[in-house]
Design a protein around this ligand. Structure first.
Ligand code: SF4
Ligand code: SF4
Length: 123
């Protein structure tokens, strides 16, 4: 029997210069929300000035895209397609084949398989 598992999760990088002020767009945020995972958010790039120079509109505060909960990213690429500026890059991880597939029934006693293989050898 052969199987693969994916680890770690997809990696998405943002070209912040190409994106500009994310609050003026947020198409990637909407795309990921509609796709289901909802792992893209946004926050102000730096603390906004206070006092007389305080911005009056949210759009006047520089924002950047942030990713949280990437463990839920499924690599669908919807955010990449939605970005009008080509600011996002998706990198999928290489599939990794585990060294051994172990089933509980195969374990005779802690750390050893029926055929004597040490799963957790202690040197
Ligand atoms: S690839 Fe899909 S799940 Fe991952 S951040 Fe983009 S839209 Fe969301
Ligand atoms: S879709 Fe692209 S340009 Fe728009 S906020 Fe997201 S990264 Fe920035």
């Amino acid at each position: 029997m052969e199987y693969t598992h994916i680890t770690p999760r997809p990696l998405i990088t943002v070209d912040e210069e190409a994106c500009g002020n994310a609050i003026l767009c947020l198409k990637c945020v909407k795309a990921c929300l509609e796709a289901g995972p909802n792992v893209i958010g946004f926050m102000n790039s730096e603390p906004p000035p206070v006092g007389e120079n305080a911005p009056q509109r949210l759009e006047d505060i520089p924002h950047k895209i942030i990713f949280s909960g990437m463990v839920n990213c499924n690599g669908c690429g919807k955010c990449i397609e939605a970005c009008p500026k080509g600011a996002l890059t998706l990198q999928m991880p290489e599939p990794q084949v585990p060294a051994a597939r172990v089933q509980h029934a195969d374990i005779v006693f802690c750390g050893t398989l029926r055929d004597g293989t040490k799963v957790f050898p202690r040197d």
